[in-house]
Structures are given as structure tokens and as C-alpha cells.
Design a protein around this ligand. Structure first.
Ligand SMILES: Nc1ncnc2c1ncn2[C@@H]1O[C@H](COP(=O)(O)OP(=O)(O)OP(=O)(O)O)[C@@H](O)[C@H]1O
Length: 516
């Protein structure tokens, strides 16, 4: 059978003539409110005249979604026979269904659990329809609400749409259609979530993923391991010195997984003040601490269905480690200030430049968490151990507008690269600026490259270029930049040299706009 699918919209211009809708008019002027699919025959006559119908497609039964996934549904209806019938029908279809007979209980359940869809009756003793929908939307803004009522007045329909319910239907309503509406509601929920994810990721992503360059033996081995591990759902721990490309490897693992259509979400534990890490990862409710002016989902929720890359996991505060362990064990978490248990499906890829075994031995990292994140370990070799890769990387990062003479190339190949690929990129960027006529010579490289094979890259003659006159802030900036350069971008070493914690160094770099 071929079903015509209609999107029915109430044209506001007509509705505003009805005194019952001034609030909508004030808020949305000429916009059209979506009313989704309604039973045309059930609409009161005057409503038909102000309804705009647009066919959005013809679908064969079952064509819409070949195999509906299991949906978590809550029925709130005081008609026990009706809702028990619904529960049985939906359970047979493989959905997970709960049921309550009062609005108050329904809200209680929603506070404890994150349902995909709530199907509720409009007229129940105690809370009226509007109040119930309002409270549901407040407590669970992500849950889609479908109203199924015996008294479908246009007034109620419009009020519910205004409150953001997904659909408003009158009883009796065929079960098959109700299931299709639930599937569509879950799709809207998924799209909303994806939208949040994308926005979050866009604000965080500095640049698109880069190809991993390197044909040396250790890099070929790494490539094979990435191919093996990427399609699994297993947690991966990437270890390696600073600047060896750990973030790039995390991106490659995500791209090679079945989650690649969703964005990779990243958090750097060292770049955030300790007290913000928990809220970033797990989210918080409004008012749960000073400054929590609005509810905010954490990155675990943002990464639901995708991969979360936890950079510098060795910096994760000890007090938070049990909470992370719990998500890894059963996918459950609670936002700060909330009793509600939420479930997420997130793959963890973590990275560190610390020796995690030492962290465990010295009591800074929980052993049980270490084994959870270390299901598969990838060890990134330092650049000095990648035979032949320096030449490839130099050619790649030189680009088409610059050349390099043989002496300069030789100096780069002979160098030990303590700051790895990041240092190599910075070295080339600097040399490109200094090069005459686009040709880089040895004189365009800094002092340490001119002394072949020098391991002591901290040149005695390299003096800090402090501004002669200037503010304390400018002095601080110059000093941090100089120490970072001297340590070839290695933040752990730079932090040690500056006598501050790594986390503090990140904040100072951010404050001064120093790139890492
Ligand atoms: N094999 C590679 N091919 C091309 N570019 C690379 C490669 N490895 C690293 N890079 C580049 O080097 C820079 C540093 O890499 P990345 O940030 O992934 O290192 P990291 O190991 O995560 O560093 P940190 O530990 O300091 O966070 C990035 O610009 C990255 O794109």
C-alpha cells in the first residue's frame, strides 16, 4: 500500500485572526509552525481552513526505515488497558517500553532516565496536558514528546506545538503509524544531537585532518596497526613524545571506524583548569556550581555514537578517574548536579606523552583505568627513529613555492628533532620567511642546525630576545615563547623549566596567544 505523507503546517497569518494565539504571533510573526502529520478528518472544520498542507513524499509501507532500531519509550496514560496494549505491541516490535499512569510519576521517571520518546495523554488527573509537557521539556529537553489524546482540539494541538512536542495525535491511532512517528521522532532527536555535535566540533576544530606522512619501517608498522584497530570499537591508548602526531593518529583511527560519519570530539585534559575538566567531560545542570548559569551537556554526550579523543590523559585529575572508569565500563554517567543516569555509546581514544606505567606505579593514575584505556596501545616513534621520513616531511611542508639546497637538507636530516614533527614544521615556517628568492640555505636555519649532529640544541649563544622597554606582560610572553622554542615545543619540559605546572603553561600560552 502506498501512503501519502503530508506535512501539515498552520499558517500563522490565518491563525493570528484567532484570539487564542497572540503569544505565537508575537514570537514568530510570519513563520509557519510545523504540525507534522495529523489525521485530516479529525481536525475541526475551521482549523482545516487555516491549515497548509504540503505533500512531502510517498512511501511504501516499510520503506521509510528498513529495520527500525530499538527505541526507549515511556507511555504516560491513565487508561491502563490502552497503555498496557501499547506496551505489549511495542515490546513485541523489539522496543524498550516503560509505563506510568500519572503525569507526576512520568516526570519522576524522566528525571531518572533518558527516554528517546515519551507518549503521553493530554487529559489526566493531576497535571494538565500543558503543564505536563512543559515540565517534561524542562527536565528532558532532548526527549521527543508525542501527545496521544482522546480530545484533540486545535487549541491543544497548537499549544503543544508551541511547547515543542513532536506530534499531536488523536485516539484511536493505528499502532503501526505510532511506531513510524516514534522512528521519525528519534530521527529528529538524532539530528538535533548531530547538530549540537557539529557546532561543538566546529568551534573546537582548528584545521581539517592531515594525511600521515612517512614510509619508514616503524611508520608502516603503525599504519598496519591503525588499519587493524580502527574498525573495532576498542579503546586505544596512543603513546609518544610531544609533536610525534598522536592527534593525527587519533583522527586516522576515527576515520577508519564505523563512527566516521559523526565528528571526532576532542578534549585536552592539560589545557583546562582542573575544576573545569569534570564539567567539560560530564556536563552540568543549571545552578550546580557558581557560574553554571545554564545546563550544559558534557563532551561524552556530545560524542554519543562517535569517538572521544582524550588528549593528555595522564593529566586527568585522580578524583575524576573513577567517573571515567564508570563510563568506560557501562556507558553510564551523571552530569554535575544531576541524579539522572544517562547512557552514552562513546569510543575512547586517549593519548599521552607520559610513561603511564610510572604514573600508575607512583599512584597518580588508577591501575584499573589504565587497563581499560589501554586495550590496544600504539607507540609513536620519535622522528629521529623514522629513517627516510625527514626528507619526505621536509618536501611536503616546503610546498611548491620554496626550495632547499643540499646543505640545509643534510643539516635537517642529521638533526635529532627533540620536538619531532611539530618542531620540523616550525623550523620550515621560519626558514621560509627568511629565505631569499624562495631558496632555503643553511643560513636560514637557526643556530642548532649549523652545528652538525649537535645534541645540545640549547645554544649558549641563544639569548632571550626580551623587549628592551615594555610591560611585564610583554616580558612574560617573550620569556614563555623563548623557553618553548628552546625546548622545541615540548610543553612538559618548558613547564618544568618555567617552574609551573603543564596545565598552567597551557593557560599562559592561551592568554598570550602563543601557538602550541
Ligand atoms: N606523520 C605526519 N605527517 C604529517 N604531519 C604530521 C605528522 N605527524 C605530525 N604531524 C603534524 O605535526 C603537528 C603536531 O602533531 P600532533 O599535534 O598530532 O602531535 P602530538 O603528538 O599530539 O603532540 P602533543 O603531545 O604536543 O599534543 C601537527 O600539525 C600535525 O599535523
Amino acid at each position: 500500500m502506498c501512503l501519502a505523507f503530508y506535512e501539515v503546517a498552520f499558517a500563522l497569518r490565518s491563525l493570528v485572526k484567532q484570539p487564542a494565539y497572540p503569544a505565537i504571533f508575537a514570537a514568530k510573526t510570519t513563520r509557519i509552525i510545523q504540525c507534522h502529520r495529523v489525521n485530516w478528518r479529525n481536525l475541526p472544520e475551521y482549523a482545516q481552513s487555516c491549515v497548509h498542507i504540503r505533500a512531502i513524499g510517498n512511501l511504501e509501507h516499510g520503506e521509510q526505515n528498513s529495520m527500525p532500531e530499538s527505541i526507549e519509550i515511556l507511555f504516560v496514560d491513565d487508561d491502563v488497558d490502552f497503555s498496557e496494549g501499547c506496551v505489549r505491541w511495542f515490546e513485541k516490535k523489539g522496543h524498550r517500553v516503560s509505563q506510568t499512569t500519572s503525569g507526576q510519576e512520568g516526570i519522576g521517571q524522566c528525571l531518572k532516565h533518558d527516554f528517546d520518546v515519551v507518549i503521553l495523554d493530554w487529559n489526566m488527573p493531576g497535571l494538565c496536558g500543558i503543564e505536563l509537557v512543559q515540565r517534561m521539556r524542562e527536565s528532558n529537553p532532548d526527549t521527543e514528546v508525542i501527545v496521544l489524546t482522546g480530545e484533540g482540539t486545535i487549541n491543544n494541538a497548537v499549544e503543544s506545538m508551541r511547547l515543542g512536542v513532536f506530534d499531536f495525535q488523536t485516539k484511536p491511532f493505528p499502532m503501526g503509524d505510532l511506531e513510524r512517528r516514534c522512528i521519525a521522532a528519534v530521527e529528529r532527536r538524532r539530528l538535533k544531537k548531530e547538530n549540537t555535535q557539529l557546532r561543538e566540533v566546529i568551534t573546537r576544530t582548528k584545521k581539517p585532518a592531515t594525511a600521515i606522512i612517512g614510509t619508514s619501517e616503524p611508520m608502516q608498522r603503525l599504519g598496519r596497526l591503525i588499519d587493524r584497530v580502527a574498525p573495532t570499537n576498542k579503546a586505544v591508548l596512543i603513546e609518544g613524545e610531544s609533536g610525534t602526531g598522536k592527534e593525527l593518529v587519533a583522527q586516522a583511527i576515527h576515520i577508519g571506524s564505523s563512527r566516521s560519519e559523526r565528528p571526532l570530539v576532542t578534549i585536552n585534559c592539560a589545557a583546562l583548569p582542573e575544576n573545569l575538566v569534570e564539567s567539560e567531560l560530564f556536563g552540568h545542570e543549571k545552578g550546580s556550581f557558581t557560574g553554571a548559569t545554564a545546563m550544559k551537556p558534557g563532551l561524552f554526550e556530545v560524542a554519543d555514537g562517535s569517538t572521544l579523543f582524550i588528549d593528555e590523559i595522564g593529566e586527568l585529575p585522580l578524583a575524576l578517574q573513577p567517573k571515567l572508569l564508570r563510563v568506560l565500563e557501562d556507558g553510564s554517567l551523571r552530569r554535575i548536579g544531576s541524579h539522572k543516569e544517562r547512557r552514552v555509546d562513546v569510543r575512547i581514544v586517549a593519548a599521552t606523552n607520559r610513561d603511564m606505567k610510572i604514573e600508575v606505579d607512583e599512584g597518580r593514575f588508577r591501575e584499573d583505568l589504565y587497563y581499560r584505556i589501554n586495550v590496544m596501545a600504539l607507540d609513536l616513534p620519535p622522528l629521529r627513529e623514522r629513517d627516510g621520513d625527514i626528507e619526505l616531511l621536509v618536501s611536503h611542508f616546503l610546498g611548491n613555492d620554496h626550495e632547499m639546497d643540499a646543505d640545509a637538507r643534510q643539516a635537517l636530516v642529521a638533526y635529532s628533532w627533540p620536538g619531532n614533527i611539530r618542531q620540523l614544521i616550525n623550523t620550515l615556517e621560519r626558514a621560509k620567511i627568511l629565505a631569499d628568492d624562495g631558496v632555503i640555505t643553511i643560513s636560514d636555519l637557526s643556530e642548532e642546525f649549523r652545528h652538525e649532529n649537535t645534541q645540545d640544541h640549547v645554544s649558549q649563544s641563544s639569548t632571550t630576545q626580551f623587549p628592551k622597554v615594555g610591560s611585564l606582560i610583554a616580558l612574560e610572553r617573550a620569556h614563555i615563547a623563548e623557553v618553548l622554542q628552546r625546548e622545541n615545543g615540548n610543553k612538559s619540559k618548558a613547564a618544568r623549566a618555567l617552574g609551573v605546572e603543564r596545565r598552567k603553561l597551557y593557560r599562559m600560552m592561551e592568554k598570550h596567544g602563543i601557538e602550541g
